[in-house]
Design a protein around this ligand. Structure first.
Ligand code: ARG
Length: 462
């Protein structure tokens, strides 16, 4: 057995079970690129500070480049007995270049090293998620542009409420996604501080330059407190919280589209390319991708809960428990990106069933609130108009008709305020035209929102 990098004081080697239980190489090799990046910045700083020679630095830098090449070519052998990504790379470097490699870990601990790697990794992951969010926003806005005038029933309590333009509804998701990206941008700015040089927890007496490494790695500044630097995981908690909120938004979108694809709604038809079948029922065509978007949100929330629970009982400073922070983060990122990508593909592969939607619009008195507003415009207090329209709806229910089927005498028997112009306010098409408040479903208001997103997302109108 090879001696451990930390083996000096040990007389026995660890048991196979302990080695297997404590290793992290099986998952933290994901950090290799950022580990090498951090080591290169560290080696350059050590030589500038006179802690290692320029020729040692050069052999370290070349050796690390060669290791990266081997990893990416699939030639690198990851060894469980070398425990984690940091020691795998350091030991491989020692195998390759000998003595100079033994100087790389000067004024560094795996505790600050792993946090440096992890913050760099999360920073890149945030950039990838933001790109995927934008991609989905573009897909939703494109869908909205293609269906600019389409009226659909808007729901509250999943009961028919008021008519809305489909783009208005789609843009609601675009807004939510924008805040999701905003949370990630905030998180990125807060996590972009450099732990390197905190060493095990207390810093070092060696003359390192933490500002140099921080700068070289694109961090805003070195972290002020070395104990905080190796202990804290709030950047991860914040990141996974942001991902959880995104996942919940996508889950709601998934639920809506699953409903809309049902026979009962029939508002959308997903293309075959985003549907799957049943192993027993030959007729089935299911919207599985969006069901799984809904389902996978559970993992993302679970990842956050794992991390919260992991951190809750830990005293300062580093504790080995913290090694458990990687897999939930990797899983959360992979899952959220998958959810965003599949949602965008789904959006690109659905058609809205205009005839079916049109046919369904008369049901549910979607125009009732607009009728109440009509009476307000005639000078009636809203509470009174609410009551009068309520009674008009009751009359329709008893006659099994819509508001616009009532004749003026019927209406005037409920209130003399109704006049001939009432028919410009009822019927779903008329009702939707009456909306005019900022942010409302009125066509000019929705057109403004569309213009905003087309410009912001740099979409070209075809
Ligand atoms: N693999 C470890 C982790 O992910 C690296 C830090 C180990 N430090 C230690 N003192 N054992 O947390």
């Amino acid at each position: 057995k090879e001696a451990k990098l930390w083996g000096g004081r040990f007389e026995e080697s660890v048991t196979d079970a302990v080695e297997k239980f404590t290793e992290s190489i099986s998952f933290d090799k994901e950090l290799y690129k950022h580990d090498i990046m951090g080591s290169k910045a560290h080696a350059s700083m050590l030589s500038q500070q006179g802690l290692i020679s320029i020729s040692d630095r050069d052999s370290i830098l070349q050796g690390l480049d060669e290791i990266q090449r081997r990893i990416e070519a699939g030639e690198f052998v990851w060894r469980t007995d070398r425990e984690d990504v940091h020691m795998n790379i350091e030991a491989a470097l020692t195998d390759m270049i000998g003595e100079p490699a033994k100087k790389l870990h000067t004024a560094r601990s795996r505790n600050d090293q792993v946090l440096t790697d992890f913050r760099l990794w999360c920073r890149d992951a945030i950039d990838r998620i933001i790109a995927s969010i934008k991609n989905l926003q573009v897909a939703l806005v494109t869908l909205a542009l293609n269906e600019e005038g389409l009226i659909v029933p808007g729901y509250t309590h999943l009961q028919r409420a008021q008519p809305v333009l489909l783009p208005h509804l789609l843009l609601a998701y675009v807004e939510q996604l924008d805040r999701d990206a905003g949370r990630l941008i905030d998180c990125r700015a807060r996590l972009n501080f450099c732990p390197l040089g905190a060493c095990a927890l207390a810093g070092t007496g060696l003359p390192i330059d933490r500002f140099m490494t921080s700068n070289a790695l694109g961090f805003t500044a070195p972290m002020r407190n070395s104990i905080d630097a190796v202990s804290d995981r709030d950047f991860v908690l914040e990141f996974l919280s942001a991902n959880s909120i995104t996942a919940i938004h996508l889950s709601r979108l998934g639920e809506e589209w699953v409903l809309w694809a049902s026979e009962e709604f029939g508002f959308i038809t997903p293309s075959d390319s985003v549907s799957t079948g049943s192993s027993i029922m030959p007729q089935k065509k299911n919207p599985d991708p969006m069901e799984l978007v809904r389902g996978k949100s559970a993992r993302v929330v679970g990842d956050l809960v794992t991390l919260l629970t992991l951190c809750k009982g830990l005293p300062l400073a580093y504790n080995r428990d913290l090694q458990e922070d990687k897999e939930p983060v990797f899983d959360s990122v992979k899952t959220v990106i998958g959810m965003l990508e599949v949602s965008a593909e789904f959006a690109q592969n659905i058609t809205f069933n205009h005839a079916r939607i049109q046919k369904s619009l008369p049901a549910g008195y979607l125009d009732a609130t607009t009728l109440a507003d009509y009476l307000v415009k005639k000078g009636m207090p809203f509470r009174t108009s609410h009551d009068i329209v309520g009674r008009s709806v009751a009359l329709c229910v008893s006659k099994n008709c819509q508001l616009q089927d009532l004749n003026l005498d019927d209406m005037r028997s409920i209130s003399p305020v109704f006049e001939e112009d009432v028919y410009e306010y009822i019927g779903v098409e008329n009702a939707v035209k009456k909306f005019s408040s900022y942010g409302s479903t009125g066509s000019a208001c929705v057109a403004n929102q569309l213009d905003y997103w087309v410009a912001k997302l740099e979409i070209s109108r075809s």
